[in-house]
Write a protein of this length. Structure first.
Length: 371
């Protein structure tokens, strides 16, 4: 049995064990790039709960997942690509493109601030509950008051990435979905990834939401849904392989499966934490688009990654030459009591252990982590 075969067996044991213990949701997809360059894939479960008398639709490698906040990482790559093209300047005030924030310091917010969650914007907005007009809603969320001076504090902000997406649209005169497809997804080789909505039968179900029913094929995020347009914080759908392609881009210093997307210098910006934040805040490094060494979902891996609210995650370990993608629909049919971080850590640690040549069939601590 090869090392990659042993990894496949270990991942199957880890995922199947988690499902037996009551893993939330109905579906799991895993795609791992190993140090040998091989891909290990695993698909489990059905695309949603089966109605009485209905037939289950098994998850496959072509199943589309609501990637949720993994969207932000693709949008960050788009922003860096446009910076390389001379279309935008990461360190120029973004107000020249779109007004962002209100109060002292708002005029000095840059794309880099927005991309690193240091603009001082709030995390999100509940304005979607009362404002039904998408254009007025967009103006409202972009004009929210700053909670800190730009560059002085870190607040993970969906509003910041909505602002990034809109700024890129204004700078290029191109809708965000078309821009991300042209400048990122195509050269990346992420051939099935796209902004939703997508056909419901092709997608994994997410939450049963008031007024919407079981969401399937449309963006789960309430604010993105209410904005009724492609936005920077959520809305991409794709397969595990589409997410794997993004991780491989980092390992390849900016070269995608179908062409170069970024220079090596821009990839370093995706990997290196910004300086100047208060010690311990946040409890991980924050680079453009990615978190660095976030133990909450990356376990012991000192790489970069991101998660999505629907149950998605990506961990890139440049030191070991690996990428680990884990997609679940943990919010189906409800978001209550649906922590999948133990499985995220277990998968990341299993991949790292096998890459380091120190793994048995199951890494130490996985059973306890999933218990």
């Amino acid at each position: 049995m090869t090392t990659d075969d042993r990894l496949a067996s270990a991942l199957a044991g880890t995922v199947d064990g988690a499902r037996l213990r009551g893993l939330p949701g109905t579906a799991v997809s895993v795609a791992v790039r190993t140090p040998s360059g091989a891909t290990v894939r695993l698909h489990r479960g059905t695309t949603g709960r089966v109605e009485p008398g209905g037939e289950p639709d098994d998850v496959t490698g072509q199943t589309l997942w609501d990637l949720a906040s993994l969207t932000k990482t693709y949008v960050a790559v788009a922003a860096l690509a446009l910076h390389e093209d001379g279309v935008v300047d990461l360190d120029a005030p973004v107000a020249a493109l779109v007004p962002v924030g209100a109060g002292p310091g708002a005029a000095s917010v840059t794309l880099r601030h927005l991309l690193t969650h240091t603009a001082g914007l709030a995390d999100s907005s509940a304005a979607w509950r009362t404002e039904r007009d998408p254009d007025r809603l967009l103006a409202t969320v972009l004009a929210g008051p700053l909670t800190a001076a730009p560059g002085t504090a870190h607040t993970y902000s969906c509003l910041g990435y909505i602002a990034v997406g809109r700024a890129l649209e204004v700078a290029t005169g191109e809708p965000l979905d078309a821009l991300v497809t042209r400048r990122v997804l195509r050269p990346l080789g992420a051939g099935t990834a796209r902004y939703g909505p997508v056909p419901a039968p092709a997608a994994v179900a997410t939450e049963d939401q008031p007024g919407r029913g079981v969401v399937r094929g449309a963006v789960h995020d309430e604010l993105a849904h209410a904005l009724a347009r492609p936005v920077g914080n959520a809305g991409l759908f794709g397969t595990a392989d589409d997410v794997l392609a993004l991780g491989e881009l980092v390992l390849a210093d900016g070269v995608g499966r179908a062409g170069r997307v970024l220079t090596a210098a821009s990839v370093r910006v995706l990997r290196e934490p910004v300086a100047g934040l208060p010690p311990g805040h946040p409890p991980y490094g924050q680079a453009v688009g990615f978190r660095v060494a976030d133990a909450a979902f990356m376990g012991g891996v000192r790489g970069i990654g991101h998660t999505g609210f629907t149950g998605t995650s990506l961990v890139v370990d440049p030191g070991r030459g690996t990428v680990a993608v884990l997609l679940t629909n943990r919010v189906h049919p409800t978001r209550a009591g649906t922590d999948v971080n133990p499985l995220r850590r277990a998968v990341a640690d299993a991949v790292a252990a096998h890459a380091s040549g120190r793994a048995a069939d199951r890494p130490a601590g996985v059973a306890q982590a999933l218990g």
